[in-house]
Write a protein that binds this ligand. Structure first.
Ligand code: HEC
Ligand code: HEC
Length: 206
């Protein structure tokens, strides 16, 4: 999409080169990995029940693999998460423990799930303003309000507010890197414009 080749592409790694050698039962494998290693935080089928953790069920296979690469390659700093038993982990540690084949299988599993936007309260006026900014500045890469899996990026429409607000902060601080062409658009937005964009994504276009 719009020439973004993915973090692995930028780092010169052939991500997905082995897609055609996936065994037929890859989806079942993926489901098992997802239930054991992801669902505690990302929820059943990738629909997160924790507002600080993104829903990922329904993202495209490429998007999931690319996002996992961004932790693996250090383009994105993972946040420390404390589990119910008091232990700590983070996405970078989780990705490092997966083989390339497991990453492909789990990505395939999440791509098979349905994206269900979270219903959250929002400010309708602010969301309308955000919609206008989005269509000019962001819609090319995040079409239809960030609701199209085939665009191969994280879905935005109906994602959790707390999580998205954290990503905006991380983009602003540089803890998370952006594709250069996103940076050119994003960096020019005022704090008020960013607040409006966030409201638009939270509204899921309602
Ligand atoms: C301990 C909790 C936890 C576990 C377990 C976990 N994640 Fe995450 N995941 C997070 C949090 C929190 C974030 C967002 C914050 C960050 O960047 O660190 C995230 C972010 C992601 C993202 C980026 C989503 C986006 O919209 O940018 C993907 C993809 C992802 N996780 C996939 C997985 C997969 C696949 C597994 C299982 C192999 C997994 N996660 C296991 C907590 C977890
Ligand atoms: C040139 C294409 C492009 C444009 C324009 C663009 N983005 Fe992005 N966006 C991306 C890419 C690529 C990613 C990163 C995916 C990754 O980390 O692997 C991304 C990720 C994001 C994320 C993180 C979602 C998540 O859960 O990981 C947000 C939020 C976002 N963009 C908002 C915006 C906003 C707001 C604008 C307009 C001001 C915008 N984008 C314009 C390409 C673009």
């Amino acid at each position: 999409m719009a020439g973004f080749v993915g973090w692995a592409g930028l780092a010169g790694i052939a991500a997905g080169a082995c897609l055609l050698c996936l065994p037929v039962h890859a989806t079942e494998d993926g489901e098992r990995i997802a239930e054991r290693q992801c669902a505690e935080c990302h929820g059943p089928g990738g629909r997160s029940e924790r507002p600080d953790t993104p829903s990922i069920g329904g993202f495209s296979e490429f998007a999931i693999m690319d996002l996992l690469d961004s932790y693996r390659l250090g383009f994105r700093q993972a946040r420390t998460v404390t589990l119910d038993d008091g232990s700590e982990t983070d996405m970078a540690t989780i990705v490092d423990a997966l083989s390339e084949r497991e990453i492909e299988a789990v990505a395939l599993y999440y791509a098979d799930q349905e994206w269900i936007p979270h219903e959250q309260p929002f400010d309708a006026n602010l969301a309308r303003r955000g919609a206008r900014i989005h269509s000019v500045k962001c819609g090319k890469c995040h079409p239809r309000g960030g609701s199209v899996p085939e665009a191969d990026h994280a879905l935005l429409a109906g994602q959790w507010r707390d999580y998205l607000a954290g990503e905006f902060r991380d983009f602003d601080s540089g803890a998370r890197r952006m594709a250069d062409r996103m940076y050119q658009r994003y960096d020019k937005q005022s704090p008020a414009d960013k607040a409006a964009l966030l409201e638009f994504y939270v509204s899921a276009g309602r």
